[in-house]
Ligand binder design. Structure first.
Ligand code: TXA
Ligand code: MG
Length: 369
């Protein structure tokens, strides 16, 4: 019965991308997209995790590469599979508030009101690290990032196993994965299993908020908006590095801010301005430069002339932008594109998270029209 639910590597259409010499594990794909299968898939994924394996799992934001957060060897395997720098800490995912004492040393005063409003959901809170979490999981810090995901499959797997450390399930430097297929592209042969739970509804990673300083500080904009946090908390400080480039050697509040995340081979430029101005700018550039592509909004299409383009959402619709951005970046990565000129989103709501990812992809190169 169980074998019917496992799709063999050879059946998958991305098999040609999988280099044999990189295969160290016999990865299995567990399909949790059919409600009838879910129970059995969840049991199997949890069993692999309990035995120290590493499994890519769906969450509402992006897919995560999960390991038992307390298992040093399993967490080390996650860092190795992703090629992640060891000083970049992982988020620990819980399914219930009762699991908090296993993870944190003390519960910051603001955690409970925030949890009441935003958990389960795309909000990660930095707290003092508890004894149950080894230093490796936290990148050597004495704090730990905690989040309670909303995805029912993720929650059920945590319930059936343990609090799970899970960074995004991509190779370091690649866009975060929003489908099981993206995980297969990056991690096939490097992990024990990939659980297919369909497309992620949010599309950008969780918001990271530090609760260990004087003032709650936003370290990464994400699925919970800054405006929503301000409604609950009043003042929220914006961490350095969120929207500007850090100085060489500058001390960072969150190690993730040091890294470029998505670092495409091709040149990327972020362009801020109206649809008309963006269209005119890119058409002019395309006259003299070879193989320029537009990464734009659907509404921009009419002003782009013959310039090849890919849309990542609608101009006034930050939800569509968040949902589409990583898929679009992955698609462009697979084409032979000379230069990408991206129409910047408005920095409000989820647009702030999308802007943050894009400005990093562009190496902070922005043109204001
Ligand atoms: O939506 C998400 O957050 C996804 C899903 C799988 O939950 N996970 C995710 O993890 O995006 P990752 O590892 O790609 O990003 C975690 C970010 C990194 O920028 C990391 O530096 C920061 O959170 N972080 C983790 N622990 C931290 C800590 N103790 N202090 C400051 N920043 C921390
Ligand atoms: Mg990541």
């Amino acid at each position: 019965m169980l074998c019917l639910l496992l799709i063999k590597r050879s059946d998958y259409r991305h098999r040609e991308e999988i280099k044999l010499d990189r295969m160290t594990k016999d990865t299995i794909l567990l399909d949790a997209t059919y409600p009838n299968n879910q129970k059995v898939i969840i049991t199997q994924a949890a069993e692999i995790l309990r035995q120290g394996g590493i499994v890519a799992i769906p969450t509402e934001t992006v897919y995560g590469l999960a390991a038992d957060a307390s298992d040093i060897a399993a967490v080390a395997a996650v860092f190795a599979a992703k090629g992640r720098p060891p000083d970049n800490p992982l988020i620990v995912h819980i399914a219930q508030l009762e699991q908090l004492p296993q993870v944190v040393a003390s519960i910051p005063a603001l955690l409970l009101p925030l949890a009441k409003r935003f958990w389960p959901g795309p909000l990660t809170l930095i707290c003092p690290r508890g004894e149950g979490i080894p230093a490796i999981t936290a990148g050597g810090l004495d704090t730990v990032a905690v989040r309670m995901p909303a995805h029912p499959v993720a929650r059920a797997i945590i319930e059936a196993s343990a609090p799970l450390a899970a960074p995004s399930a991509n190779l370091s430097g690649h866009p975060s994965p929003t489908t099981a297929q993206h995980c297969i592209q990056d991690l096939w042969g490097k992990v024990d299993a990939i659980v297919d739970g369909g497309s992620c509804v949010v599309g950008v990673e969780s918001t990271v908020l530090s609760l260990v300083g004087e003032v709650p500080t936003l370290l990464r904009p994400g699925g919970v908006t800054l405006e929503d946090l301000e409604q609950t908390l009043g003042r929220v400080a914006l961490g350095r590095g969120v929207l500007e480039q850090l100085a060489e050697g500058e001390k960072v509040l969150s190690p993730g801010l040091k890294y470029r995340h998505y670092a495409p081979q091709v040149d990327v430029e972020l362009v801020e301005g109206s649809s008309q101005a963006y269209g005119a700018y890119i058409c002019k550039r395309a006259l003299t430069e070879h193989n320029i592509w537009a990464l734009c909004f659907e509404e921009d299409q009419k002003v782009l002339g013959e310039v090849p383009r890919l849309c990542y959402g609608k101009m006034e619709d930050d939800v569509s932008q968040a949902e589409g951005i990583f898929r679009a970046l992955r698609q462009l990565d697979q084409m032979s594109v000379g230069k990408i000129l991206i129409h910047a989103p408005c920095r409000k709501g989820l647009g702030l998270a999308v802007y943050n990812r894009l400005i990093r992809a562009a190496g902070f190169q922005v043109t204001y029209l």
